[in-house]
Design a protein around this ligand. Structure first.
Ligand SMILES: *[C@@H]1O[C@H](CO)[C@@H](O)[C@H](O)[C@H]1NC(C)=O
Ligand SMILES: *[C@@H]1O[C@H](CO)[C@@H](O)[C@H](O)[C@H]1NC(C)=O
Ligand SMILES: [Cu+2]
Length: 692
């Protein structure tokens, strides 16, 4: 039942015949566009399929296809200003809230120019239509359709057919893909892809049998080949050993893993209303964006002592992923991707497989995005939400030292996970947001899938006499060295908007007086970051620091500032030099932590137009303004990262490697917030009792 129907039912109880009359009147006699009963949506809900359709209809009416080339690259909710959302929220709890007007933003390519168009969905009108000049600022996200169209071009390009024949390969077994080209100092403003081709004969992944040496350059606007080079011939890696489908693999199989399931006799412990998820002491909004994928908003936790919800995270999502490959040769140098801005984690979201991608107790949510033609496209099972009981301990203590009875208290840990998987070409990213009753939020990315490989003439490392820029991890196959930087946007609002960033440095002290046999100790020296430059932090085990976001206007009863802290994930310093073009575009990876004052237009660390960007609209550039960040609404940015040196186990499909960080309450509660967690009811299990 849609929310408008729900509203009607409130006005007219379903039993009344009057209701039926009105029902039919509304649905059959009024055109849909005049149907403007206020809806019960949350102001941060992603656009519904019908809203996406309205955006398309309005823009297509202004640019009819008979005389215009119109493609949609990004359509999303234009969020109401933060104060509006917050005042709606406080009214909504008093249940008298009129939701703010629904607006949308569309980024479209129209006749070779990028347009930013805003639409009012209540009046169904275009509010603004701005043309972004040329290629100066880069280009919007790619669509699937144009990637597909570009990747088919070599197959009908005669020189390509000749190159394939020369290699003794069959054109019918060749499949190609479109790669973004980055920026290397040129001035040309033209949307191009490089198309690379692979031999798929006998192999279930595109990426493992590369046809090296051939690069086809495609002008995307004209959708034609504008450059072609067949540089050298390298053997195509063979198909043997690239299989990963259980149904196609040969025995022996193993190891054997028994099936397992979490049993929840009382059913799921969470409730989902629209996009709002309530579980245990947490409530949050789970949105979807074609670019970022999952977006967590308005995460608040119930404080048992204060008897109310307290704000923690206004918004959190992955803002960018930077993957530079470390091969500078002609065929590979340009491979340095801004995956979120170029390919889109939301666009690349794949349906989750019940029982495998998510446990049996998971609940699934579909999501929608606008395709290239603007029409809504459904991603079934895009999200799953489940309670995780992984056999961990939430807290425990056995008191054996006090004479008399041994005291033992243990609480098993249960948490809530929201998951999405994005398959960006070769790699699969498992994106998790995990909420713990203790107030911690664990943010993880699991990295699996197929590596980007390079064909080489070698079948043994002893044969290699030149730089191959990677690991020979299968015969004729090099897994090329690369990095993964995940840039998280974390708008923490700890008990309110005005927050400060505190570096609590752990510093070595020498013992000065001679009364102590000790010569040294460490202590904590707090420094509140005044401006952005104070908050560009290196995570350095030789100079440790706690990284706190505190509310300088709120203290615990004991007088400590309430806060949350970032326990960073794995971090890397970029090893590319600062003047290297990919690094200029991704200078925001230079520090693992940045803090900026909240600014609604600073959302994408790599720039709004990341494809062929020149690094002039990135977090690194915004931060140069060195704005004040003390006692302000601030945004914490965290670059979680690892260098990826491929190894043989990464072939043909890589076992998941997970990286994660924690947002953890820090003097936020008066004491352990899960001390009084009720011990979960014992679930009967064969041959098992609860006491030893
Ligand atoms: C639309 O694109 C095609 C193919 O690139 C081009 O030939 C045509 O001139 C374009 N039309 C407009 C109105 O720009
Ligand atoms: C917000 O950020 C944008 C881009 O950095 C900038 O142009 C604008 O002036 C900023 N707005 C405010 C109020 O600081
Ligand atoms: Cu990798």
């Amino acid at each position: 039942m849609d929310s408008a129907t729900k509203k009607l039912q409130l006005l007219f109880p379903p039993s009344s015949t009057l209701f039926l009359f009105f029902f039919f009147f509304f649905f059959f006699f009024l055109p849909l566009t005049t149907f403007s009963i206020p809806q019960q949506y949350h102001p941060l809900d992603p656009l519904t399929p019908s809203e996406l359709a309205h955006v398309r209809t309005l823009i297509a009416a202004s640019y009819p296809s008979s005389s215009h080339n119109l493609t949609f690259h990004y359509v999303a909710l234009l969020e109401p200003p933060k104060p509006t959302v917050l005042s709606w929220l406080s009214d909504a709890t008093a249940s008298s809230a009129a939701a703010p007007p629904r607006r949308a933003v569309a980024i479209a390519r129209i006749d070779g120019a990028t347009h930013e168009i805003t639409v009012d969905l209540s009046t169904l009108s275009i509010l603004s239509d701005e043309t972004i000049a040329g290629g100066r600022r880069g280009y919007p996200m790619l669509t699937f359709e144009e990637q597909t169209a570009a990747s088919r071009l070599p197959l009908t390009y005669p020189p390509f057919a000749a190159s394939i024949k020369k290699r003794g390969l069959k054109l019918s077994d060749v499949v190609c893909g479109a790669w973004t080209v980055g920026w290397f100092g040129g001035e040309e403003g033209r949307r191009v892809f490089k198309v690379l081709c692979f031999y798929v004969e006998g192999s279930p992944s595109l990426y493992v049998r590369p046809i090296e040496g051939i690069t086809t350059v495609v002008d995307v606007e004209e959708m034609r080949v504008i450059g072609y080079r067949d540089r050298r011939r390298v053997p195509v890696p063979k198909a043997e050993g690239t299989e990963y489908r259980a149904s196609h693999l040969a025995p022996p199989f193993g190891p054997h893993l028994g099936g397992m399931a979490v049993v929840q006799p009382e059913g799921p412990g969470f409730r989902i209303e629209g996009h709002t998820v309530r579980w245990a002491n947490w409530v949050f909004h789970l949105g979807f964006d074609i670019r970022a994928g999952p977006v967590i908003s308005l995460a608040s936790i119930y404080d048992l002592e204060k008897q109310r919800y307290r704000r923690v995270l206004y918004k959190g999502y992955i803002s960018e992923q930077f993957i530079p490959y470390m091969d500078p040769t002609e065929d590979w140098y340009y491979k340095a991707f801004l995956d979120i801005g170029e390919y889109g984690f939301g666009l690349c979201a794949v349906p989750l497989e019940p029982l495998s991608d998510c446990p049996a107790n998971a609940v699934f949510m579909d999501q929608y995005y606008a395709g290239q033609d603007g029409k809504p496209v459904k991603i079934p099972n895009a999200f799953c939400i489940f309670e995780r009981s992984a056999g961990n301990v939430m807290w425990r203590h056995t008191e054996t030292a006090i004479p008399g009875e041994v005291i033992r208290e243990v609480r098993p840990e249960v948490s809530l996970v929201a998951r999405m998987v994005s398959t960006v070409g070769n790699y699969d990213y498992i994106i998790d947001w995990e909420f713990k009753p203790s107030g911690s939020i664990i943010v993880q990315v699991g990295h699996t899938g197929v590596l980007e490989t390079k064909g080489v003439p070698y079948t043994h490392v002893n044969q290699i006499k030149e730089a191959v820029y990677g690991t020979l991890f299968a015969e004729n196959t090099v897994g090329v060295y690369h990095d993964h930087f995940w840039t998280y946007y974390l708008d923490l609002d700890v008990d309110g908007d005005a927050n400060s960033f505190v570096k609590a440095k752990l510093v070595r002290k020498r013992v000065r007086d001679n009364d102590s046999p000790r010569k040294s100790y460490w202590t904590v020296v707090r420094e509140t970051a005044k401006t952005e430059s104070d908050a560009r932090i290196q995570v350095d085990y030789l100079n440790p620091a706690e990284l706190l976001v505190v509310n300088p206007n709120k203290k615990t009863k004991l007088g400590n500032y309430v806060g949350y802290r970032l326990i960073p994930g794995p971090v890397c310093s970029p090893l590319l030099s600062d003047d290297d073009f990919p690094q200029i575009r991704a200078a925001f990876t230079k520090y693992p932590v940045w803090v900026t004052p909240y600014n609604e237009s600073e959302k994408w660390a790599g720039g709004l137009y990341a494809d062929q960007s020149r690094g002039d609209d990135t977090l690194a550039v915004w931060s140069l303004r060195n704005r004040k960040i003390e006692s302000q609404d601030i945004v914490l940015w965290h670059n979680m990262a690892f260098h990826h040196v491929p190894y043989q186990e990464d072939f043909p499909v890589m076992p998941t490697r997970t990286a994660g960080f924690e947002l953890r309450p820090t003097n936020f509660f008066e004491s352990n917030p899960v001390l009084k967690t009720r011990i979960p009811k014992h679930v009967p299990w064969p041959n098992c009792t609860s006491s030893p």
